[in-house]
Design a protein around this ligand. Structure first.
Ligand code: AMP
Length: 656
């Protein structure tokens, strides 16, 4: 089934129809209609989910920039993700859980998932959780995290996942903002075989938090035997699960715009922003995206290698595949352990059709012996979606060639919950792939590129800030939790007409292909010439001996800023001799000069062992920049590998 924007989606929810290929022009018409006939388009899409009570208004935009979708309609995310499929999919796998950290390999059919989520919901209900209450879920990639999310949705409660790798201070900040009734957690996480006990982190966070939850529910894995539950505060889920086995908890129908979850994301200030998501709009947008962007079908298997603590995990490990009647793989572990073939083994074992991960993960695999890519039969895999950061052409090409799949870049943010732009959507397969382009706006997004100061639209190939004309489509954030003012101020105040700013630079060519150039806050200005870090990094990564790089602008008396490049070399051989090192430096500088321009030639190349990134793969450029300028690197709570920072501090450079 292809996006045609017509017909009665109510009747064609679950595919089976003939495939029809759209032309590029037809795709553009389909997209145009989603903007020009907004209400008509979305009211059709709304038929993809079950409404206990029909909505009265498709979009209420009476108080801009706040948008409310499917007003008056009553629905429930858990019902749509599980109950609704039971007749048809009772015995189909809903979640397949694989952990290379603990060795777990478990399958949960839709029937099993129904039972688990009901037992969890009964437990939360016993702890006093009801409609509108917040539940903090602080967990690694455990299947109970998914049960907990869906149980909250069943009860009409609002979950707030806190990524398992966050430290106590970050957890406490989120607790104080969300003011949860209950917290769900575990005894320990594991990463690369190392145990990370959660107990001490939880204790510390709850000691410092001003609004600690009444109870803490521990889903123990038996990894940290030393965990001691605190009397009167902590509960052991194993006991409550047994007590509530077989329970059936009625679904709490909620009004479409009631919040389903809060997900914190960092901004320019130290206080995280609680991205608030609605219920009905999110369900509709995700279900539509499975067809319009992810080109998937009910009954197929999706493997999103991300984390349930991030937005990609919320949308494309948990909600979207389940809303769409698919099987979703939940994987705990590294992509290279026990060996770099592990993901492809999972693809073979479970016949995965669609994969979704980050370019960083693919780059990590690209550094390994190519032999690992050939070990398994990956012929079931058809598409690899990559998002979260710029996708460089060599990485994209490598993935496509080694796996024989179509690699599809898509661009979005925690705030939007689902893709804003996507390359090769159904209908755009025939549009030639342009290296580095994240493609075209997805249905529902009225995207514009505007001048950073005037807010006027920029011309073809001119750089502008990517903005979205409100109302934001369904599924996008409805506000910042508890802070409407900050929502308006942060996102809608930079440009006239209350345009939503993504804070990303982009260009669009004559044919409508978009190119994301990096955050507007990461730009480098050399002697008045603005350079995108991404342009420079792409040029550097074209160098055959470079594995990865980060470019930052560093203060310079003469030129305002100069470019510093931090480079991870594929092999350390050349770096062992003075000659080898300076030859490598010279050729890296040269490749930037030739590909981007002499103005972008890095003043300094630092060779490092690793680059500092968040656990979701975002480069901490601002921390690199701060270190280069001998300033405080700022909040490093999301840092993936502290050794990368050390490597950066002691990084050897080739001044020039
Ligand atoms: P997050 O909210 O953490 O997912 O980060 C969102 C930001 O990641 C965006 O504002 C972009 O700067 C960047 N980003 C996400 N996807 C892409 C992509 N496909 N290409 C380039 N940048 C991306």
């Amino acid at each position: 089934m292809r996006p045609n924007g017509v017909g009665t989606p109510q009747a064609r929810n679950f595919g089976g129809e003939e495939e029809a290929t759209l032309s590029i022009e037809e795709y553009k018409a389909f997209h145009r209609r989603s903007i020009e006939d907004r209400d008509g388009f979305w009211s059709e899409q709304a038929g993809r989910i079950f409404w206990n009570k029909p909505f009265e208004t498709v979009c209420d935009f009476g108080r801009p920039p706040f948008a409310r979708w499917f007003v008056g309609g009553e629905t429930n995310l858990c019902y749509n993700a599980i109950d609704r499929h039971l007749d048809e999919r009772q015995d189909q796998d809903a979640i397949i859980y694989v952990s290379t950290e603990t060795g777990a390999e478990e399958r949960y059919t839709y029937g099993d998932l129904y039972a688990e989520v009901n037992a969890f919901a009964a437990t939360l209900r016993e702890l006093g959780v009801g409609r509108g209450d917040r539940v903090i879920i602080y967990m690694p990639m455990m299947v109970e995290a998914v049960f907990a999310m869906l149980a909250c949705a069943r009860l009409g409660a609002i979950h707030s996942m806190v990524f398992g790798g966050f430290a106590a201070g970050s957890l406490a900040k989120r607790i104080d903002d969300a003011k949860p009734r209950v917290m769900v957690t575990t005894d320990a996480g594991m990463r690369g075989g190392n145990v990370i006990p959660y107990g001490p982190l939880v204790d510390e966070a709850l000691e410092t938090a001003e609004h600690p939850p009444e109870s803490v529910l521990f889903c123990r894995r038996g990894i940290d035997e030393d965990l001691e539950l605190v009397d009167g505060r902590d509960l052991d889920y194993a006991e409550l699960r047994e007590k509530h086995a077989g329970a059936e908890v009625p679904v709490q129908w909620v009004e479409s715009s009631e919040p389903s979850y809060i997900l914190y994301t960092s901004g320019t200030t130290g206080t995280p922003k609680g991205v608030q998501r609605d219920t009905g709009g999110y369900a509709v947008a995700l279900a539509a995206s499975m067809e319009h962007v992810f080109d998937s079908a009910p009954g197929e298997t999706m493997f999103t290698a991300s984390d349930v603590g991030w937005v990609v995990g919320h949308s494309y490990i948990v909600y979207a595949p389940l809303l769409y009647g698919m099987t979703s793989i939940l994987y705990e572990g590294l992509p290279i352990r026990p060996d770099p073939a592990i993901w492809w083994k999972i693809v073979e074992d479970y016949g995965v059709h669609t994969m979704f991960t980050s370019p960083t993960a693919i780059r990590a695999l690209r550094k390994q012996d190519p032999e690992y890519m050939k070990r398994h039969d990956t012929s079931s895999l058809r598409k690899l979606f990559l998002a979260g950061e710029p996708l460089d052409e060599p990485t994209s090409r490598w993935a496509s060639e080694s796996l024989g799949v179509s690699v599809r870049d898509n661009y979005w943010q925690t705030e939007t919950g689902w893709p804003i732009l996507a390359a090769m959507m159904p209908g755009l397969e025939d549009a030639p792939v342009k290296a580095g382009s994240a493609g075209f706006p997805c249905a529902g997004y009225d995207v514009e590129l505007v001048h950073e100061e005037t807010g006027e639209p920029v011309g073809p190939n001119e750089r502008g800030v990517l903005v979205i004309q409100p109302p934001l489509p369904p599924g996008c954030m409805s506000t910042i939790w508890g802070n409407d003012e900050r929502f308006v101020e942060t996102y809608f105040s930079d440009f006239p007409e209350e345009l939503y700013s993504t804070f990303d630079w982009a260009t669009k060519d004559e044919e409508g292909y978009h190119f994301i150039m990096g955050r507007s806050d990461d730009v480098i200005n050399v002697a008045g010439h603005r350079l995108g870090t991404r342009e420079i990094e792409e040029a550097i990564s074209d160098h055959p001996e470079v594995a990865e790089s980060a470019a930052v602008g560093v203060k310079d008396e003469d030129k305002g800023q100069v470019v510093f490049a931090y480079v991870v070399a594929k092999s350390g051989d050349k770096l062992e001799t003075e000659d080898g090192r300076s030859e490598l430096e010279g050729s890296i500088k040269e490749i930037v000069a030739t590909k981007v321009g002499a103005i972008a030639r890095p003043a300094t190349i630092h060779f490092v062992d690793a680059l500092p990134k968040t656990r979701s793969g975002k480069m901490l450029r601002r921390s690199i920049q701060a270190l280069a300028e001998s300033r405080d690197p700022g909040d490093l709570s999301t840092l993936e590998d502290p050794a990368a920072l050390e490597s950066l501090r002691s990084g050897t450079s080739g001044e020039g």
